[in-house]
Design a protein around this ligand. Sequence first.
Ligand SMILES: *[C@@H]1O[C@H](CO)[C@@H](O)[C@H](O)[C@H]1NC(C)=O
Ligand SMILES: *[C@@H]1O[C@H](CO)[C@@H](O)[C@H](O)[C@H]1NC(C)=O
Ligand SMILES: *[C@@H]1O[C@H](CO)[C@@H](O)[C@H](O)[C@H]1NC(C)=O
Length: 398
Amino acid sequence: MKALPSSQKRSSFCLYIISLCFVVVVVLLYSEDFTCLLRQSLLKLQADLPEDSEHQLTLIAEEKDLEVPFAVRRSDKRCDLFGGRWTYEKETRPHYQEEECPYIQPQLTCQAHGRPDTEYQHWRWQPHDCDLPNFNATFMLEKLRGKRMMFVGDSLNRGQFVSLEFKATVEFYWAPFLVESNSDNAIVHRVKDRIVRTGSINKHARHWKGSDIIVFNTYLWWMTGQKMRILRGPFDGEMRNITEMVTEDAYRLALTRMMRWVEQNMDPHKSRVFFTSMSPCHERSVEWGGAVGGNCYGETMPIENPQYWGICSSRSIMRVVGSVFSRRKAAFPVTVLNITQLSNYRKDAHTSIYKKQWSKPTPEQIADPKTYADCVHWCLPGLQDTWNELLYAKLFFP
Ligand SMILES: *[C@@H]1O[C@H](CO)[C@@H](O)[C@H](O)[C@H]1NC(C)=O
Ligand SMILES: *[C@@H]1O[C@H](CO)[C@@H](O)[C@H](O)[C@H]1NC(C)=O
Ligand SMILES: *[C@@H]1O[C@H](CO)[C@@H](O)[C@H](O)[C@H]1NC(C)=O
């Protein structure tokens, strides 16, 4: 960071997603390339952005706020950061260029894989009643110096990690159900018949101990049907005691187990825990008034209907999230990053066919591209940078 100009007014760093499917726990990156990249995006931002920041949160300084770990100032409580609209920003978005960020996994680099449009990179989230704080990478790295931040969950949470001169580490831990499951192997996890042990978390959680900030997510892998298969007893036995449970009930047990671990293992005066709500998909264009048989393929604009809510975002799962984490007197308050609605509008932001494919598309698929479009994952730069801006806001300006 020494090489960075000291005068930059705003900065942001490249938020990127690890490509390494074989990484189980952590890879610490200590790389010249990354510092170089960070410098690039800082310089670029410095050139691009106006000096005075117009999008400041209304901040109320309160003595009490300092009780929230990492909080700098308290934001106006009445403002819901997750209710708002997308505004097109030709100049100020994206924060970085795809090619400046060599660590974005090839499943997410849409431009490199031939995506013809770039508008999807230029949308900024504007909450209705306030503004998001400006993302300042230098500030964030200073605050996280010597700290350990971890993203725990599935491929949608496979987050950025950083290790710089600042000795901040950001790590990703693969645990698609949070609790123990037969899909936990970071390489071979595409099992047909998913089985979870809702009460068992320590196999994973022992690796999370000592984290100062944890961002959890889990959703996609639960969506296999109405019921989940639950195992009592260990996976290494004969696995005779497998029962079925309504998915919502199993999901609630897993979140409750996670909460209990947090309460027993983390200190609310020193650490923060976030939970990212369901990431939506766009598999059926009839849902937003498009052609029958279509999906996200070919979509270049967000959905404008403020009421839009896609079928992939289970409302009953959302209710479970709400009830588990909204307990007023929880021993450990968890901050929900409610990204579901704002992401629901973004039918344009998926990787679609512009990504590294697991297997080569067949001639039939190539003739009809929507048949192999990925309408679950998101291009970077893109929507998930906004999730990180929201995390930044909730972390420092709760
Ligand atoms: C970003 O953070 C750094 C370090 O705290 C600070 O010196 C700088 O003024 C900040 N930039 C803006 C635009 O607030
Ligand atoms: C299976 O698990 C249930 C619930 O824990 C328990 O009540 C039951 O006795 C177990 N059955 C066997 C055969 O172990
Ligand atoms: C998240 O936001 C949606 C709509 O914006 C709302 O219906 C839901 O209750 C919220 N969930 C939580 C857990 O805050």
